[in-house]
Design a protein around this ligand. Sequence first.
Ligand code: NAP
Length: 345
Amino acid sequence: MEQATPSGPTYTPISGRPVRWGLLAAGGIARSLAEAIAAVDGGEVVAVAARDGGRARTFADEFGIPRSYGSYAELIADPEVDAIYISSTHPFHRDQALACIEAGKHVLVEKPTTLTVHDTEAVLDEGRARGVLVMEAMWTRFQPVVLDALARVRDGRIGTVRSFHAAFPIPVDYDESHRLFDLDNGGGALLDLGIYPVTLAHLVVGHPTHVHVLGSRVATGADSLAALQWMTTDGAVVQVLTDSLSHGSTETIVRGTEGSIHLHGPVNNPTSFTVRRGDEEELVEGGDRRGYQHQVEEFHRCLAEGLLESPLAPHADTVAIMTILESARRELGVRYPQEDAPLHT
Ligand SMILES: NC(=O)c1ccc[n+]([C@@H]2O[C@H](COP(=O)([O-])OP(=O)(O)OC[C@H]3O[C@@H](n4cnc5c(N)ncnc54)[C@H](OP(=O)(O)O)[C@@H]3O)[C@@H](O)[C@H]2O)c1
């Protein structure tokens, strides 16, 4: 993959000292990132902010974080913070990311980067223009087991890829106020769950010429079921399913003219894979270290090298994947109330 070559402003690489992290929001996934940063070398969480200062303080006490704030603005203004991890729900990512970038902070932003293609481009463009690293927290892209399987596909181990199939159902009890179903809070299976198999398909077999979609919405108007199908520019067929209401297997299969690769375990965090070619069968184990640590390490590596984007998560791919999701979402008739809000730059 090509390295991004900064053409505009850039920054002094961060090496020889820990990256000083700030956590923007203190919800579910923020806990996992705090644990991941503590588990790897090269960084430390120095501050956390939540809308409620008391909750921020409790979070800080639990994770041994020195500073806590009851507003995001205080965190963004903290001169002792190098990088901010944004883990609010999706509708807030855009303006928060732009505010962090404007303050000169590097940004790791939860998936999806924003609600729309337009806003995702705006955030990523602004990051490059201001010379800071911006990366979508699409942790699947950084898992060694995924990169290992991808290398075999690219080396021609299974011949020419003919098809890719992945299903990612995660059953959530229906509750119209849950963020997966609440349109005001970015609800919808596509942006929350579908983004994983779509990312993997895009990574392994490539961009579509045209996306077909079937699916359904719940009473709130959010998509809960979506089956996407596309043909890539190289002639491979992709079939991807996501569902926020059903149970079942989440495995991934790539089929080629000489063999196949079967990724085992969750689509977003595979545990191992099997390569089959003729009579040969090889099981490749993913190792003990999965989860978010590889993503944090990649962010640290990019900062040490002064990169504006990770070669493992190029901005162009983030936008391309958002384009697929947006076309599917529109086809299903899902529209977010925030879609037409003006940018605050
Ligand atoms: N990478 C992964 O594996 C993974 C897993 C789960 C989620 N995610 C992503 O991470 C993001 C957050 O998910 P989560 O499960 O952590 O969600 P969550 O716990 O429901 O919410 C995260 C934070 O968002 C803010 N927030 C929630 N609802 C809000 C509202 N109505 N108005 C204003 N702020 C609100 C709150 O910030 P305060 O703490 O400041 O109040 C909350 O703590 C989503 O974009 C999701 O796609 C990623």
